[in-house]
Design a protein around this ligand. Structure first.
Ligand SMILES: Nc1ncnc2c1ncn2[C@@H]1O[C@H](COP(=O)(O)OP(=O)(O)OP(=O)(O)O)[C@@H](O)[C@H]1O
Ligand SMILES: [Mg+2]
Length: 141
């Protein structure tokens, strides 16, 4: 994509609240750099916060990647959150509004899905969870 300087992916461990704060800030900065407006950068920041916070609350050994992706003349931000355990036995149920196993609001995954253009959760009980999400600066050409 024209005018875009390649940017190295960012990878960080997510273990505690302070890591979530850094992930939020980095995702916002990257989004603004890519040309997302304030509101859409805020949406990305919120989605990143939810999946990162889920790794702190529900999982072990969380890692988060932030990457710039390009497709058909547009740029996007890709976020991959992955952890090693305990996994989600029923992803479809976990994605529903209001479903929580931890006295949360159960709006993290469903909210993140609404805020991003692409959203996939791969997980299994006993394994880990991988959430992949993308948002594009504009529609495909
Ligand atoms: N990384 C993860 N590892 C294991 N389980 C997870 C993970 N992320 C989400 N879950 C499961 O999916 C459920 C729904 O997640 P979601 O983020 O929507 O709600 P929540 O975290 O319970 O509450 P909140 O609204 O505060 O985010 C969680 O309660 C938990 O059971
Ligand atoms: Mg949550």
């Amino acid at each position: 994509v024209k005018g875009h300087r390649p940017r190295a992916p960012v990878r960080m461990a997510i273990r505690r609240e302070a890591d979530v704060v850094v992930a939020r800030a980095l995702s916002r900065e990257l989004a603004l750099e890519l040309g997302f407006g304030e509101g859409r950068a805020g949406a990305i920041e919120t989605a990143v916060s939810e999946v990162a916070w889920n790794m702190v609350v529900h999982a072990r050994a969380g890692e988060l990647d932030l990457e710039v992706v390009a497709d058909r003349g547009r740029l996007g931000i890709a976020v991959i959150a992955r952890d090693e355990e305990p996994g989600i036995p029923d992803v479809e149920t976990a994605m529903q509004d209001g479903y929580t196993t931890a006295r949360g609001l159960g709006l993290g995954l469903s909210g993140a899905r609404r805020l991003m253009d692409e959203f996939t959760v791969a997980s299994s009980a006993g394994g880990g969870t991988r959430v992949t999400m993308k948002k594009w600066t504009h529609d495909a050409e």
